[in-house]
Design a protein. Structure first.
Length: 99
């Protein structure tokens, strides 16, 4: 397999994983857990704080994972082209540096 293609596949995987984790961190999981468990007032606040803390950490990890490949795209393509190139990287796994 072509080394450039392997690098782009890895970058696409990192961007997809990072974006997935970031989106996961924004889901209203705390409300579902509180409703399913039937919690009220004090216990609900504690559960909500813990889940929100974990979700914030997951979101930051997602940004960290996706950050390096996206930074490489910004350096190569410039700020104006970044959204288009990252979208292409997400969809097809190819970047403009491919031969």
């Amino acid at each position: 397999m072509n080394p450039v293609r392997v690098h782009v596949d890895r970058a696409a995987m990192r961007v997809r994983l990072g974006l997935g984790l970031f989106i996961l961190s924004w889901l209203p999981i705390a409300q579902f857990v509180i409703a399913a468990a039937g919690l009220d007032a004090g216990p609900a606040q504690a559960v909500r704080a813990i889940i929100w803390g974990v979700q914030a950490i997951i979101g930051l990890i997602g940004l960290f994972i996706a950050g390096r490949p996206v930074a490489a795209v910004v350096r190569h393509s410039g700020w104006k082209q970044t959204p288009r190139v990252v979208w292409r990287l997400l969809r097809s796994g190819t970047a403009p540096t491919d031969p």
